[in-house]
Design a protein around this ligand. Structure first.
Ligand SMILES: CCCCC/C=C\C/C=C\C/C=C\CCC(=O)SCCNC(=O)CCNC(=O)[C@H](O)C(C)(C)COP(=O)(O)OP(=O)(O)OC[C@H]1O[C@@H](n2cnc3c(N)ncnc32)[C@H](O)[C@@H]1OP(=O)(O)O
Ligand code: FAD
Length: 664
């Protein structure tokens, strides 16, 4: 059966040009060509083989990760890959590793917070990987509460040095990726103390290990924090612990772009907002949003192809059974995830633009959009990672029993992905940042300050607080204005209700704590509005290609109407829509599922994933699932022998009743 495309019929049904959709998904023809070339390069290189990851011990997995990273670095140099190509190479190798934190956080932290001189010195080493760095912020006792970190950096004017110290066990750094076994350096976040005064959290570059023999430097205790969830999965990463016993570093290793300490020990505060010390987190949250669509689309690709291959029930007189993708229940679970993958792709593109824009403004000393950039990156990171983690698990269930096999690709994908709901900010804690931003914006309504950007809709409060949806028939839910108005009214009404309830408390902070759960829901409603509005905005762009726009249109309204259905309580209780309109939205949703159905396989083909990247028997491009499931089963170490190890010691005595007591 090799060579036969079991999904050919599905592909023939498609009503749009897949090659054109590939360009839209990738973002541009250039991005598509780079991704396509690099994905094939990785897939054809035996060093990047990953099908046996779950069977390796932690040590074997870790060593094979080091090998892959070294080989990747060699290939980047040999092939003279540029930054974009190198990034794609690491992406398609698809194995969490110290390099993610080196390139993803250590380098950006120095770029964002180092002076020009510091950048010149440290980036030239880091870019050539002559040093390898990590981002050491979280401690055993404090992760979310960055202000509560305990590690100290005390300036000693006698020697012109900072003394980095871990005063308690809870002050130990705990979690940083790449720290456990690899990093030679770290950007360490610690409380800056000079002249006896505590100036709060600042970043410091600290060398951890010898560049000669890799042993920890004196007075530094460092190691791996232990095995994490799942076989293989995130265990290729050496998340670490770290303790300092009065470790001295030169003063110029404090990252001093924002604030400084002089030779005399005087603290010179920054003339820019102090929150810029959190800048690396804003950057990484933005990249995590862009990455959510990768993980979700991967799971959806597997579940969609398998749902087209898998048949259950419905056979009459020995005929073939029904493809499970034809069941409306399967469509109702799968297609909103397909739509979400596209939605997150486009909101990720937009967030990248927003981040670039705020970075340019900051460089020109314009800090006006920083709070919005923080709220958007925090809120969308939270929204997209929660939906993606839940979506991957749903895809596993959509694949029935076989989805639970490691070779489906889904268990490992889930285990690798799910910590995204926690790292770079716990998802609830991040939505509370959005809620604070919304409460401030609501409080300013009527003050003459006009809300802009993603809160511009709040400026139309007079209308949005009292409007009623004009939807009268199912097709009206395909009108962008009708959809936007419903989402805007819901978000605003939820935020305003929270603000009103807050105002009943004398102590605002106490009120905020009391209303935390409602505030999170209001923040989520605002973030969902952003995603819906950016998908609609994408449709307004000039998108070419046969039938492409029609498909995107269908997916956009599936995303919006599915959210409406899922959060119906919000929409009804805020009187944004009536039960009749909710029912019409459902009718429309079902009609959209029918329209997407013949295009489903082609819509996941447009992700252009190689079988290597998917690493899934169920998601194979050719749909040749069953023989390959057997092949995988035979490879399992338990099948190395017909009679298992332990038979003579533990099975035979039971079977032969040799373990029975004399009395029995
Ligand atoms: C494979 C590719 C994937 C791509 C990723 C690439 C690389 C990375 C790879 C994998 C990731 C792996 C690991 C991730 C690494 C980490 O997890 S690093 C550690 C991350 N830690 C956190 O995220 C901690 C979360 N906590 C916080 O961010 C803050 O403490 C807080 C919750 C925001 C609270 O801050 P705090 O100062 O205490 O409180 P307050 O609420 O009072 O805020 C003060 C004002 O500051 C504003 N603000 C807060 N944060 C920011 C920010 N980031 N930027 C701008 N402004 C910020 C806040 O709005 C307040 O403003 P006011 O005007 O005063 O209201
Ligand atoms: C795989 C992985 C990789 C990581 N990599 C790094 C790294 O490279 N560098 C680094 O520095 N850190 C790293 N971290 C740490 C990570 O950033 C933190 O774990 C994260 O910020 C959450 O903080 P926490 O663990 O303190 O959670 P906690 O804050 O202890 O959260 C526990 C619970 O309390 C709730 N909670 C906390 N505060 C509030 C509040 N104010 N209001 C309401 N509820 C609240 C949360 O919602 C959560 O349910 C990593 C973590 C993981 C899992």
């Amino acid at each position: 059966m090799e060579g036969i495309d079991h999904l050919a019929d599905e592909r023939n049904k498609a009503e749009f040009d897949v090659e054109d959709m590939k360009i839209v998904w990738a973002g541009s023809r250039h991005a598509f060509e780079v991704s396509d070339r690099i994905a094939r390069l990785v897939a054809s290189d035996p060093v990047f083989e990953k099908s046996n990851r779950a069977r390796l011990s932690r040590k074997e997995l870790f060593k094979s990760t080091l090998r892959k990273c070294a080989h990747a670095f060699k290939r980047i140099i040999e092939l003279r890959l540029n930054e974009e190509e190198a990034g794609r190479l690491r992406h398609f190798i698809d194995q969490p590793a110290y390099v993610d934190l080196h390139w993803g956080m250590f380098v950006p932290a120095i770029k964002g917070q180092g002076t020009e001189e510091q950048q010149k010195k440290w980036l030239s080493l880091a870019n050539k990987m002559q040093i390898i760095g990590c981002y050491a912020q979280t401690e055993l006792g404090h992760g979310s509460n960055v202000q509560g970190l305990e590690t100290t950096a005390t300036f000693d004017p006698k020697t012109d040095e900072f003394v980095i110290h871990t005063p308690t066990q809870t002050a130990s750094k705990w979690w940083p990726g790449g720290l456990g076994k690899v990093s030679t350096h770290a950007v360490v976040y610690a409380r800056l103390i000079t002249n006896g005064k505590d100036y709060g959290i600042h970043g410091f570059i600290v060398q951890l290990r010898s560049l000669e023999d890799h042993s920890p430097l004196p007075n530094i205790t460092v190691g791996d924090i232990g095995t994490k969830m799942g076989n293989g999965a995130y265990n290729s990463m050496d998340n670490g612990f770290l303790m300092f016993d009065h470790v001295r570093i030169p003063r110029d290793q404090m990252l001093m772009r924002l604030s400084k300490v002089t030779r005399e020990g005087e603290y010179v505060p920054s003339d820019v907002p102090k929150q810029l010390v959190y800048g690396t987190m804003v950057y990484v949250r933005q990249t995590i949003v862009a990455d959510a669509s990768n993980a979700l689309s991967r799971a959806v690709c597997i579940a969609t192809r398998y749902s087209a291959v898998r048949r259950q029930f419905g056979a009459h007189n020995g005929g073939i059974e029904t493809q499970v993708i034809d069941y409306k229940t399967q469509q109702n679970r799968l297609f909103p995830l397909l739509a979400s993958a596209y939605a997150f792709r486009f909101v990720g593109e937009w967030l990248k633009w927003l981040y670039t824009d705020v970075t340019e403004r900051l460089a020109a000393s314009d800090f006006a959009t920083l709070p919005e950039a923080h709220a958007c990156t925090a809120g969308l990171k939270s929204l997209t990672t929660t939906a993606t983690a839940d979506g991957i698990e749903e895809c596993r269930k959509l694949c029935g029993g076989h989805g639970y096999l490691w070779c489906s690709g889904l268990p490992e994908l889930f285990a690798v992905y799910v910590p995204a709901c926690t790292y770079e900010g716990d998802n609830v804690v991040l939505q509370l940042q959005v809620a604070r931003f919304l409460m401030k914006t609501v409080a300013q309504l009527g003050s003459g300050k006009v809300p802009v950007g993603t809160t511009a809709y709040m400026g139309r409060a007079a209308h949005l607080l009292q409007c009623r949806s004009g939807v009268q028939k199912a097709e009206d839910w395909l009108n962008p204005d009708a959809v936007l108005e419903a989402f805007e009214a819901r978000a605003l009404r939820m935020a305003v209700t929270c603000a009103k309830n807050l105002s009943k408390f004398e102590n605002q902070e106490q009120g905020f704590q009391e209303l935390l759960a409602d505030l999170v829901e209001a923040a989520i409603a605002h973030c969902q509005l952003i995603v819906v509005s950016k998908f609609i905005a994408k449709l307004e762009q000039d998108i070419g290609g046969k039938g492409v726009k029609k498909q995107l249109n269908n997916l956009c309204y599936i995303y919006a109407l599915y959210l409406l259905h899922k959060h119906l309580g919000d929409f009804l209780s805020t009187n944004c829509i009536t039960p009749k309109q909710a029912s019409l939205a459902n009718d429309q949703l079902r009609s959209l599922y029918t329209q997407v159905r013949p295009n489903a396989v082609a819509l996941v083909d447009a992700f252009n994933y190689t079988d290597h990247y998917l690493n899934s028997v169920l998601g194979r491009y050719d749909g040749n699932v069953y023989p390959k499931l057997f092949e995988e089963a035979w490879k399992d170490p338990l099948n190395d022998s017909v009679v298992p190890d332990g038979y003579h010691e533990y099975l035979r005595p039971v079977l032969k009743q040799q373990l029975r007591t004399a009395r029995l």
